[in-house]
Design a protein around this ligand. Structure first.
Ligand SMILES: Cc1ncc(C[n+]2csc(CCOP(=O)(O)OP(=O)(O)O)c2C)c(N)n1
Length: 359
């Protein structure tokens, strides 16, 4: 006799807006025209930043960079659904979410130039630092939400990670803890179809990634990750449930990484152009534009103006980042230990004396 489970193995797939911008009115979240404009603005800003960052990297003016092209809706929608005091735990590809949360582009450029001051978040600790180790931010997000719950703060944490991270122990530990102890965390998996060169189908035998939540005793939902209304709605609902009922949720945002994994990668070696072209058709920015045009929310010229404004903002940030003074060499040794170990002191002295290079 098969044992009945709570979810009967079914995973909901939410789409509010199709690839042509047509809306399912029943699923549409309560959202104002101003909020729609905000969504568009952050998506176009993220796209323009991305384009510029790739150029800077090619010119040798930025270190490695992980593009978010095509994933803007999967980042901007959830970030806009958050309350100011909710905790954000990004990985390394969430510029869209960061910009919504007020992270400056200047700091972001600094970070990708290897300047750790770019991660400074003393003024907004709820915007956690970038996590490059895959999945390590997941237990952090659960821990922060657990602490918040114990303190009686009515906040939730939201953690971004990729499809590849679902194979990491940290993912399973975080999910298990959240399910067991009713932790208010929203697990937002951007399934962008690849973990560097590894396609999603080779990552796991599960039909969906969202269904992994069921094994941990909480809800998993799949959304069209290129539909900003769907990502917004699913995240808003999940965050409310987290804050009000202390229940975690996993959201799988199905999307596509249109560029290389990072600037150190060449995706043409493992996927064909046709696939990339197919996903281009589902562009998240194009579809929101189509919807806004159809509903006559703005004039056609508005989109051009916003694109131009975004380009100007990005250029301005690059100019300012170029003028930031180099960091002090001692900064390399900060934040590791409360007290600097002898070996580090020795290395610092050597650096200062020029024996090891540096300034
Ligand atoms: C613990 C760990 N293992 C391996 C790596 C090398 N690495 C960097 S990104 C990446 C793939 C991540 O794929 P995914 O989680 O799907 O996120 P995406 O890059 O697609 O956004 C790997 C294996 C790493 N940074 N950390």
């Amino acid at each position: 006799m098969p044992r009945e489970t709570k979810y009967h193995g079914e995973i909901e797939h939410l789409q509010v807006m199709d690839k042509d911008g047509k809306i399912d009115e029943e699923e549409k979240p309560a959202i104002s025209e101003g909020e729609l404009k905000e969504m568009y603005w952050y998506m176009i800003l993220t796209r323009k930043f991305d384009e510029k960052a790739l150029k800077l990297q090619r010119q040798g003016k930025l270190g490695t960079y992980a593009s978010s092209k095509g994933q803007e809706a999967a980042q901007v929608g959830p970030a806009l659904a958050m309350d100011e005091k909710d905790w954000l735990f990004p990985s390394f590809r969430e510029q869209g979410a960061y910009f919504v949360r007020g992270k400056s582009m200047i700091e972001f450029i600094q970070y990708w130039r290897g300047d750790e001051r770019g991660t400074a978040n003393e003024d907004r600790p709820e915007n956690f630092v970038i996590s490059v180790p895959v999945g390590s931010q997941i237990p952090h997000a659960v821990g922060a939400a657990w602490a918040a719950k114990k303190q009686g703060d009515n906040v939730a944490s939201l953690v971004f990670f990729g499809d590849g991270a679902t194979s990491e122990g940290d993912f399973h530990e975080g999910m298990n803890f959240a399910g067991t102890f009713n932790i208010p965390t929203v697990f937002l998996c951007q399934n962008n179809q690849y973990a560097i060169s590894m396609p999603r189908k080779d990552q796991t035998g599960s039909d969906t990634l969202a269904q992994k939540a069921l094994a941990y005793g909480f809800e998993g939902i799949q959304v069209d990750g290129n539909d900003v209304l769907a990502t917004y709605k699913a995240t808003k609902d999940a965050l409310e449930k987290a804050r009000e009922e202390n229940k975690p949720t996993m959201i799988e945002a199905v999307t596509y990484r249109r560029e290389d994994h990072t600037t150190a990668d060449d995706a043409s070696r493992y996927r064909d152009k046709e696939e990339v072209e197919r996903w281009k058709e589902k562009d998240p920015i194009k579809r929101l534009k189509a919807y806004m045009m159809e509903k006559k929310i703005v004039e056609k010229s508005w989109f051009k103006e916003k694109a131009k404004e975004a380009e100007e903002k990005v250029e301005e940030a690059v100019d300012k980042a170029d003028k930031v003074e180099d960091q002090d060499i001692e900064d390399i040794f900060q934040h590791h230990y409360k007290e600097m170990p002898e070996e580090h002191k020795k290395q610092l002295e050597e650096l200062k004396s020029g024996k090891r290079g540096g300034k």
